[in-house]
Every structure is written in C-alpha cells, then in structure tokens.
Design a protein around this ligand. Sequence first.
Ligand code: PMP
Length: 429
Amino acid sequence: PSTRDKSDILYTDALTHIVGGVNSPSRSFKAVGGGAPVYMERGDGAYFYDVDGNRYIDYLAAYGPIITGHAHPHIHKALIEASSKGLLYGTPHALEVEFAKKLKAAIPSMDKVRFTNSGTEAVMTTVRVARAYTGRELVVKFSGCYHGHSDLMLIAAGSGPATLGSPDSAGVTRATAKEVITVPFNDVEAFRDMMREWGSQIACVLVEPIVGNFGIVEPKPGFLQAVNDITHEHGALVIYDEVITAFRFTYGSAQQVYGIEPDMTALGKIIGGGLPIGAYGGKAEIMETVAPLGPAYQAGTMAGNPASMATGLACLEVLEQPGVYEKLDALGAQLEAGIREAADTHGVTITLNRLKGALTVYFTDEIVTDYEGAEKSDGEVFGRFFKLMLENGVNLAPSKYEAWFLTTEHTEQDIEETIAAVNRAFAQL
Ligand code: PMP
C-alpha cells in the first residue's frame, strides 16, 4: 500500500496559509469524505507522480484542458519559444491574430472573437454583451449547469458549489438571483412555458450543449434545436458555454456535433493547452457591441498573452491530426466496457454516461438526463470508490458529478490497468 505522508504534511501546512488548503474548492476532498488531497509533483503524458513518488493514471486532465496529456512535447516547445521572447506585451501581437483565425475556422458561428483569461470571464462577458445588444436584463440557465463563478452564474450552479451541498453562494445578492431564471436541462416543455411567461424580458439563454458539470449528459434529440427556435422567437440570444465541450468531442465544438449554431459562444480550458485562457465570439453584429467598437466594456491585462496563445495554438495543432478523436472514442469505449463488466461481476449498481473520450459513473440505477438524476448518485459510495481508486493508482476528480477525461496519451494498456483497478475497488465497495 502506498503512503502519502508528504501530501499529508503539505496539506497540514497549506491549511494554515491557504483558505481551505486549496486554490479552488473542487480540489478539496470535502465531497469525498475529507482528508488530505494528493499533492502532485509531476505530470507526464497520461501519468501523474505525487510528492511521495506514487504513480497515478490520470483521468482528471485538470478538469478538462489537458486533452493531449501532461507535458506534451509540442506544447512544451511552443511555450519555451514564446517565453523566450517575453511573457507579456500589453500590445497587439501576431500570435493572437493567428489563433483567432484558427478558432474561427474551427467554430464557424464565430465571426469575431475576443480572448479573456478564464472561462468565467468569457461567460460573464457574453451575458453583458447579450444584455447590451438586446437591451434586456433577464438571463436563463439550466439547473446544475456551471458557467463559472461570476455572481450572476452562481445561481443553481451545479458541480462546483453543488458538490459542497449549497447550490447558491453566500455573498451573491438577492437582487442578482432575481435576474436569473433556471429550468431543468432536457425539458423542452418547461423551457417553452417559462419563455411564454418571461420571453420578452430575456436577454439570453445560456446552454452547455453537452453538459459536463453534473457528469456527461447529452441533449435529448431535438432539445437544442427547440431551445434555439423558442429563444429566437422571443428575440433573445442563445449562448453556448463550450468551455468544457469545445475540442473535447470533435475538432471544433458541439455545434458541429449537432449542426446547431448559437449567437455567441464562450470558450476556455482546452483552447489554452494548459495555460490560463478564455475566449468568446459570435456573430459580427453582436460582437460589435463590444468596446472599442461599441458600448459594452470588457478588458484584460493578461488577455491574449503570447504564452497562452502559443500553447493554445500548439494544442489545436496536435488535435487536428488525423485519428485523434477516433482514438479518444475507442479508448472511451474500451473503458466503458470494462467498467460495465466490473459492475456486473461485483454486483455494483451504476449508470454510465459516455460520449467519446469522456464518461461519468453514477452510483444509481436511474438514467441521468438532468441534474435531478445526477444528484441521485450515491455520494458516500462514490467517496469510497474515489479513495480506493487512488489507492489503486488512478486519479479521478473528487466529485460524484465530474467526468473522467481520456487524453491522446492514454494507451490500451493504461485502460486495462484502470479496469483492473476498478475491479479491485468494486470488490471492496
Ligand atoms: N463554463 C463551464 C462549462 C465550465 O465547466 C467552467 C469550469 N469548470 C467554466 C465555465 C469556468 O471556467 P474557468 O474555471 O476557466 O473560469
């Protein structure tokens, strides 16, 4: 059995100096029964090595961005090159133009883009722009979907706050909460009824086209089209939050997967190749509402910095190689089959949602198509499973709502090892 003594010591120290010991609550082990999180020292491809020298096969992928594995040589080289020329300019530079063109080519619904530093900023700004463009104030989102930690988006936000058992954050004003209407994902009737009542006041509808924040949940056939049609009937804008989904399931976005175009798109995670990034874009007429062309203000000292542009470009260069998404799908299918078989063998009740190289194991026998379903997953059982997987050398996200992410660096052998670990964990559950 592995020891994690050095992680324990670091965590004790961290608790004294960093609030809760972590720089993002999702990294805490609070939702999986507590204890010290694992302090990683080094990542290499599909593997993590912790400060005590233990090796883990990693499915966290840093909550999504690390789709090409840790320390990918092509991205590493791009970063070294960029940093040798200075890390931050505060002036325009060529790489941001090149990257904007590459993103637009991959996601054709964006005529114009703007880079930010995080997904939170990207989503927050799309809402401001939608309000400026429509002259309306209300915002619609789907229950349990997480759209970053801006005040407005912390209403029934899901995986972040919901893992800690409080869907709303303290410090968000009641006035702000009144600006957001929440409806269940995948429920066209509820959406239509809500729009009938509020439609004329709605600025925008925020959609994770494939949910990634209460596990992987696909839209039911027709759901996204209905949301688009109904929203537009009422003169409001559709915003796709593709911070998780862009470049995860195909080269491009979920828009290509379903053949539906939103008015605006928010991006983050994968497009930075591991460095901080966000971006938003949309139809030219809407984007021209943004300063310096229009009245909606948005800015950023670090936005479009050369290093993030370079690693983002390098990451997309890896992802546009032939066969990448087929490989992620094949590895996902192998992992799914192995987990299902293990559940049968050991009599463990699970529901498994998978789309290509991302999957979620829920400890419930109910199908999961919305947040209410995802919540039925037994958090206590997940917590024990999570810790058993760590003991068996597999790193997952410490949340029952989170996805397992495959990377281009996982091998069939890694999947076999993971399935063996799942069998050992299920046997002990
Ligand atoms: N939107 C979605 C769909 C996300 O999953 C996240 C992050 N988990 C965000 C927005 C916020 O992105 P960031 O953490 O980069 O601010």
